[in-house]
Design a protein around this ligand. Sequence first.
Ligand code: PMP
Length: 355
Amino acid sequence: MDTVRSSQPRLANIVPYDPKYLPADEYLSANENPRNVPEALRQEISEEISAVALNRYPDPLGNELRDMIAQANGLTRDWVILGNGGDELLFNIALAWGGPGRTMLNVPPAFSVYEANAYLTGTDVVNVARTDTFDVDEDAVINRVSQGDIDYVILTSPNNPTGKVISEDFVERLLEATDALVMIDEAYSEFSRCTVLPLLKKHKNLVILHTFSKAYSLAGVRLGYIFAHPEVITEFIKVRQPYSVDAVSQAIACVVYRNRAVFEQEIDEIIAERDLLLERLRSLDGVEAFDSDANFVLVRLEGADEIWQKLYDKGVLVRDFSHAPMLENCLRVSIGTPEENRIFFDTLKEILQQR
Ligand code: PMP
């Protein structure tokens, strides 16, 4: 056959996700930890990996890691489930709580994957936009969920790509106002030093997403997890692929989680560097730098797409959001090492001076 029948019609509208990860000298576009896992831990990881039986299927639920994460947070394993990156769990919430005839509430500008997953699963999306300062319009969200037709909500704290946390008081008000499943995506929470975990036991409709990809330097490994009530976890287990988290990833993440205290100093450095970069950006004419509780900052400046290109031509890769809805003239810059941040700032300053 030199032809193939078409895929399902809705795929015709889909542009595959493109992280725009281009070759560069300074990678400041993907909100990764700029440093690899420390050498001593990589040694330990090598030993653990060499003991993995590669011919055997992994533990489907990764119970060793699951137990470790649960215990560290005063929970039992039935409150935790692992995923192939946070991304898998974001897809699974759409599979389990979305679908035809069901509705997600989204609070843009937000991580674009939420809407993409809703679309793929035939879920309707209701958007309640953030304000001009990128704060959640709290009353509008509460009013909208009060209509009773929302099946799940995803809110990001700190938000990607805008940077700020949402208040715990508001999350609690929201959890009281609806029986929809409310996911708080805390992929960047280590950099904000806050979490809504204390609310978990009180609210069956709360699910909290964490990842090893950011603070814990494992973006290349693909491991995320959620905390939720055991009844919610059971629904996530129903839709997941049985072996989505492979044995090698489980072994690596066990070493990193056991030694997570080692990362604290780097996290502190990233937070200090973020605050320093914000201060320096605010000293530049024509640059608006938004408050951030994450490991990146969002800036708005005239001609952002041209500036993105000029930065890239000089080896500095940042993320261009200037054509995304509500993010006109915005660039997102991940916090790198002090040296990378200095190179970014000096390069930007030079480009602005030449205009
Ligand atoms: N949530 C947010 C807000 C993110 O920015 C990302 C990564 N870009 C994820 C979840 C998923 O991360 P991962 O799949 O690497 O765990």
